[in-house]
Design a protein around this ligand. Structure first.
Ligand code: SF4
Ligand code: FES
Length: 258
């Protein structure tokens, strides 16, 4: 018998706004490090008072400022749900995604400081030039390199245990929160940085890949994994909960075995 499915009629119910539900709003002060290369010699801190709800996120506050106060405020965002990795910024001196940082999790009795991530060239307000970050990412060959061709119609089989070895590092969304929280990267922009190593790890430990040795040679460079000072800033910064420092340690061990 053919399966049937029930499609419900669209509901007339209109979602209530926070005002209608009686949720309390409050005023939060944001101090944002602004920089317009066309008029500013140096970045400057600018205050904004924003009315928010506890369900709001820092990204909502930035939208309110941009849409209601100063349309020139410049920042990146796309998905607004912690997936695209485009809105990493320093919020109260910690790298976070603006779209995943709830106002209720911050101390709003104090101003909230927001600035661009560090270690990459500042372009405007909260936007940095990501090219050095992506150049390091490209350098580690972040794609599957397989010398053999699978039989026609067959997949490249991998055991659950083999897949689990690099599961953690598949979660990276390339937000740069880790790399731009690394003191070594701040002082030496040549260092590959944690994110590039995480993405190398994802393929080095993939049993279907044949270029692990090439990546290990690349990361054995003087600007490679040995620059890591194990400060754990990267692990603390990662919005995906990736054990970044452990991934770097795994790659160091693999180089020593290699
Ligand atoms: S490892 Fe984490 S912090 Fe680093 S780029 Fe990937 S998702 Fe962002
Ligand atoms: S906007 Fe996509 S991760 Fe925040």
């Amino acid at each position: 018998m053919a399966a049937t499915s029930v499609v419900e009629a669209p509901s007339d119910k209109v979602e209530e706004t926070p005002e209608e539900t009686g949720i309390q709003s409050f005023l939060v002060t944001f101090i944002i490090r602004r920089f317009n290369p066309e008029i500013d010699d140096e970045p400057r801190w600018v205050d904004y008072d924003v009315e928010l709800y506890s369900t709001d996120r820092v990204l909502d506050a930035l939208h309110k400022i941009k849409w209601e106060v100063d349309g020139s405020l410049t920042f990146r965002r796309s998905c607004a749900h912690g997936i695209c990795g485009s809105d990493a910024m320093r919020i109260n001196a910690r790298n976070r995604l603006a779209c995943k940082t709830l106002i209720k999790d911050l101390d709003i009795s104090q101003p909230i400081y927001v600035e661009a991530i560090k270690g990459l060239p500042l372009e405007k307000d909260l936007v940095v030039d990501m090219e050095p970050f992506f150049a390091a990412y490209r350098d580690v060959k972040p794609f599957l390199v397989a010398n053999s061709t699978p039989e026609p119609g067959k997949e490249r089989i991998q055991s659950i245990a083999d897949r689990a070895i690099f599961d953690d590092t598949t979660k990276c969304i390339l937000c740069a929160a880790c790399t731009s929280s690394c003191p070594v990267f701040w002082t030496d922009g040549q260092y590959f940085g944690p994110a590039a190593i995480v993405n190398a790890h994802r393929f080095i430990f993939d049993s279907r890949d044949d270029a692990g040795d090439v990546r290990l040679d690349i990361l054995n460079d003087k600007e490679g994994v040995w620059r890591c000072r194990t400060t754990f800033n990267c692990t603390e910064a990662c919005p995906r909960g990736i054990e970044v420092t452990k991934a770097i340690a795994d790659v160091k061990q693999a180089i020593l075995r290699h």
